[in-house]
Write a protein that binds this ligand. Structure first.
Ligand SMILES: Nc1ncnc2c1ncn2[C@@H]1O[C@H](COP(=O)(O)OP(=O)(O)OP(=O)(O)O)[C@@H](O)[C@H]1O
Ligand SMILES: O=P(O)(O)OC[C@H]1O[C@H](OP(=O)(O)OP(=O)(O)O)[C@H](O)[C@@H]1O
Ligand SMILES: O=C(O)c1cccnc1
Length: 485
């Protein structure tokens, strides 16, 4: 069964709720939802927002095909044919605001805001979270790896171990946003223009009777792009000497070998020895590539051990976000229409961190005018005055409001950009290179203490006094009946 439609890429409960609203006559009431996460992944100090491009294409193409409708007609919920007729002409007519891809983002701030009727805002929850959660997770993991690799070249090698095709392709793109230099995935290269790189596998060597012959044949086929995998039999006794011989042969025809790849054993020791052997043979230009279950911790350790590795191939640990395979982003209702008017709504929980912040909100990045570094993110309600450059701003910790700080001399940058306005795409999608550059700028906006990989400082996300007051008021309104018992 083939399908290009993503309208049913949603949870059944969304369709059930939409149906029940339709039966009730409430499906066209207005609603505002916000997507955010509560906890940063990997113990990191920030996340890298990604997924918007996929969301835009999903919204643009969102419609129910006859195949989708026929499938819905078969459900045991017995959706009425008139409901299916309504879905037949469905289009997203709502508005979406979002962070830009590549932005550094933090817990409990809206990353995406969706406004529209209940039907359209509810339907898209699942897909939006699916795209945002995965791509943001991988971009964040990639950013941690980029921080330790610094100026070394990073290659994304994960496709074979990724959770299926979409994860491989969009994961490659997310990694590129955060500073990876290339991917091995050719489809990601074709779709997004990401540079592609490849060496060869052990099978190439095993298919020949001897390693030297394997290397020579490979070099003959593509003399300008030769990187040889040297660990099939014995890295230092056979692989590196054979690679040196091939490099010498290439020199004799005026070519330079690109590199060798180490894929097993003690990568620190082997890279140091291999570097020595290459240098002694006059091949200081030949790069050393390493792979084998690498992540930010192994790379950090290998560098601390003085490993002579120029290029890191990173697969499984990155593409599966192995140490934390999900970002727990949520999509919560913050305003609803009642009697023709919008009103804030709250979700209460015994866990204070899970109580939602009611009302449609804006997010500002407060940047010190002296240092040009970010001080905090500030959340307020759209009708409130924008934080003004030159003014004073009180930053209140939302969970512990007695923790406050007043800042002066700052600039405030509004972070949520209009993407769709009443169904119309108003956002010009940036190129992937522009997204990468924006991400680089974002990294420079933060002091290193927020960026470090281990035990980073917690960046402040503050609520305006009015937002806090409204939250308190709604909390009290809901809690009052219990108090009277
Ligand atoms: N010097 C080192 N310091 C820290 N970690 C290392 C060092 N050298 C290699 N590693 C890492 O240790 C792990 C080694 O895994 P493993 O024992 O499976 O590899 P191997 O001995 O090369 O065997 P295989 O051939 O099955 O890959 C990998 O994650 C690798 O990146
Ligand atoms: O280790 P990762 O970070 O996941 O990087 C990708 C791995 O995929 C390949 O191994 P594989 O054993 O699949 O194939 P090979 O025969 O080419 O080594 C490659 O040699 C890397 O080790
Ligand atoms: O090109 C490579 O060396 C490569 C590609 C994918 C996975 N492992 C290695």
């Amino acid at each position: 069964m083939q399908t290009n439609s993503l309208a049913l890429h949603t949870d059944k409960y969304q369709i059930n709720m939409i149906y029940a609203h339709w039966m009730n006559g409430t499906h066209l009431r207005k609603a505002v939802f916000e997507a955010y996460f509560r906890k940063l992944p990997f113990g990191n100090g920030y996340a890298v927002f990604a997924g918007l491009e996929r969301i835009v294409s999903y919204i643009n193409n969102l419609h129910f095909t006859e195949q989708d409708l026929a499938y819905l007609a078969k459900q045991e919920e017995n959706y009425k044919p008139e409901f299916l007729d309504l879905l037949r002409s469905f289009k997203f007519h709502g508005s979406i605001h979002s962070m830009r891809e590549g932005a550094l983002v933090f817990p409990n701030e809206p990353l995406i805001r969706v406004e529209g009727n209940i039907m359209e805002t509810q339907l898209i929850e699942t897909a939006i979270l699916n795209f945002m959660n995965y791509q943001t997770l991988i971009a964040t993991k990639a950013s941690r790896i980029k921080q330790v690799a610094e100026q070394d070249v990073l290659l994304e090698f994960g496709t074979r171990r990724a959770q299926e095709a979409d994860a491989a392709v969009w994961g490659a793109r997310a990694s590129y946003i955060s500073g990876f230099d290339a991917t091995s995935n050719m489809l990601a290269g074709e779709l997004f223009g990401i540079p592609t790189k490849g060496t060869h596998a052990h099978s190439w060597v095993q298919l020949f009777d001897n390693e030297q012959e394997a290397f020579e044949m490979y070099a003959k086929a593509m003399p300008d792009q030769v990187t040889l995998l040297v660990d099939t039999f014995d890295t230092l006794k056979s692989g590196v000497p054979h690679a040196i011989q091939t490099a010498k042969h290439l020199e004799s025809i005026g070519k330079r070998m690109v590199g060798i790849r180490l894929d097993s054993g003690d990568l620190a020791y082997l890279s140091i020895q291999a570097r020595k052997m290459l240098d002694e043979a006059g091949l200081d230009y030949v790069k050393i590539v390493a792979s084998n279950d690498l992540d930010e911790n192994t790379i950090f350790n290998l560098k601390a051990q003085g490993a002579k590795i120029d290029i890191w191939g990173v697969g499984t640990q990155l593409i599966t976000a192995a140490d934390q395979p999900a970002l727990g982003g949520v999509y919560k209702l913050v305003e609803r229409e009642k009697d023709g008017k919008m009103e804030p709504t709250i979700k209460i929980s015994g866990n204070p961190e899970k109580v939602t912040t009611p009302g449609k909100k804006e997010v500002y990045r407060i940047i010190s005018s002296g240092s040009n570094k970010a001080i905090a993110d500030y959340i307020n309600l759209p009708h409130e005055e924008n934080p003004k450059a030159g003014g004073k701003l009180k930053l209140i910790n939302p969970l512990h409001p007695y923790l406050q700080k007043t800042v002066k001399h700052f600039n405030a940058v509004k972070l949520l950009e209009p993407i769709f306005v009443e169904g119309k795409l108003v956002y010009e999608l940036p190129t992937l290179e522009q997204i990468r550059d924006y991400h680089k700028e974002q990294m420079q906006l933060f002091w290193p203490e927020y960026l470090r990989k281990l035990n980073p400082e917690i960046y402040r996300v503050s609520l305006s006094q009015e937002t806090l007051d409204m939250k308190q008021k709604l909390l009290e309104a809901y809690l009052e009946p219990d108090l009277e018992e």
